[in-house]
Ligand binder design. Sequence first.
Ligand code: NIG
Ligand code: FE
Length: 409
Amino acid sequence: MSRFDLLLVDVHLATMQAGGAPYGALRDGAVGIADDRIAWIGRRVDLPRDIPATQTVGCGGAWLTPGLVDCHTHIVYAGNRAGEFERRLNGASYADIAREGGGINATVRATRAADERELAAQSMPRMAALAGEGVTTIEVKSGYGLETAAELKQLRVARELSAELGIAVRTTLLAAHAVPPEFAGRADDYVDYVCGDTIPAAARACVADAVDAFCEGIGFTPAQTRRVLAAARAHGLPVKLHADQLSDTGGAGLAAAASALSADHLEYTNDEGVAAMAEAGTVAVLLPGAFYALRETRVPPVAALRRRGVPMAVASDCNPGTSPVTSLLLMVNMACTLFGLTPEEALAGVTANAARALGLADRGTLAPGLRADLACWAIAEPAELAYRIGGNPNVGAVRAGRIAHWSVG
Ligand code: NIG
Ligand code: FE
C-alpha cells in the first residue's frame, strides 16, 4: 500500500484473533485503513514510517474491537406485544398465547397492515440503537409476513434501512416461522407454499442471503423443517435454524445434517446434537434475551459446546414477543451471568463467531485484509464490555473504512 486513508493511533486493540493473548489484545497499537480494508495493524512502534496517512486520528487511549455483529434479529416488524408480556406475568404461557392466535401471529397482523414506509419508520430506532452501540453488521429475519409479498416486503425494508443507516445488513427468509391464519390446521400445505412459492420468489428477487425455520412444537415439525431447508439449498441459499428452544426436537442435529451455518437458541439440545454440530461446523447462536424474557430455567449446553469446540455466537434476537432487546452489550453480559460464558467467549460471540454464523469471512476480527469495521470504546480493559449493565461506553465506529460516529477523547 502506498498510503493510508485513515490511521488510528493512541489506542489499545482487542483484535479477537485466536491463539495469542486473551482477546487477541495488543496494547499501544495502531490501525491503518486503506479504502474499506484494514491495511496494517500492530504495535505503534512497529508502524512503517514511510507510509503517509490522509487523516490521522488519536483515540485517547481507548480500546478498539471489531465492529459488533448481531447475527440473529427479527428487528423489522410493526406494533408491539407489551400486552402479552403483561398476560405472561399473570400466568399465561408463550405457547398458550401462540395457540390462541396471539404471539407471532399478532405481529403478523400488524406487519402485514404496515406499508414499507411505516415498517421502516418503526424499525429504524431499534436498528439505530444497535448501531449506536458499535454494531456494524445486523442480520434481519422476515417471518412476520407469512405470505410471499409480505415476507419480501420485510426483507426489502431491512435492506433500505441498511442503506439509510450505513450499516451492513444480512437478510434471512423465515417464512416458516408460524402457520398463518389462512393455513390454520394445514401446516403441510403452508410448507408446500413456502417451498413452492416464497423461497423461489425470494431467490428470484435476490432479497435473501439465507433461509431459517422455527422447528418446534408450536412451529414446524422436523419433517416439515427438513423440506424447507432442502428447498432453500436447492435454490442455492445457505440455511440456519431456530432449534430446540422450548423442547428437544432434534433440531441441532437436523441443522447440522443440512450443513447449516448456525443453529440458534439450543436450550434443549442434547449431546448428540452438539456432536453433530461440531462435526458439521455449525455455529451455536445463544440468545439470552429470549431465555430471560420467557423466564426459562433450562440453559443451553455450554459446557458440551465448549468441550466439543462448537463456536458460540451471542445475539439479541430482537423481536416483539420473546426478546424486546436493542442492546447487544446487555446480551454479552447475560451470556456470562445466565449462561456461564467467559467475557472473552461472549465478546467472541458478538464478533468472530457472529460473523461466522452469517458465513462472513471478511469481518469479525481485526487483521490485515479484513473489512475495516471497528468499534471504539471508553473502557480500561475488554472485560468491561461484559461487566457493565446499562450505560454505553461506545464512543466511535468505523464502517467499511469510514468514520460513522466519533466522540473519542
Ligand atoms: O426467536 N422462536 C421463534 N421466534 C422468535 C420469537 C418471535 C415472536 O414471538 O414474535 C424467537 O424467540
Ligand atoms: Fe429468533
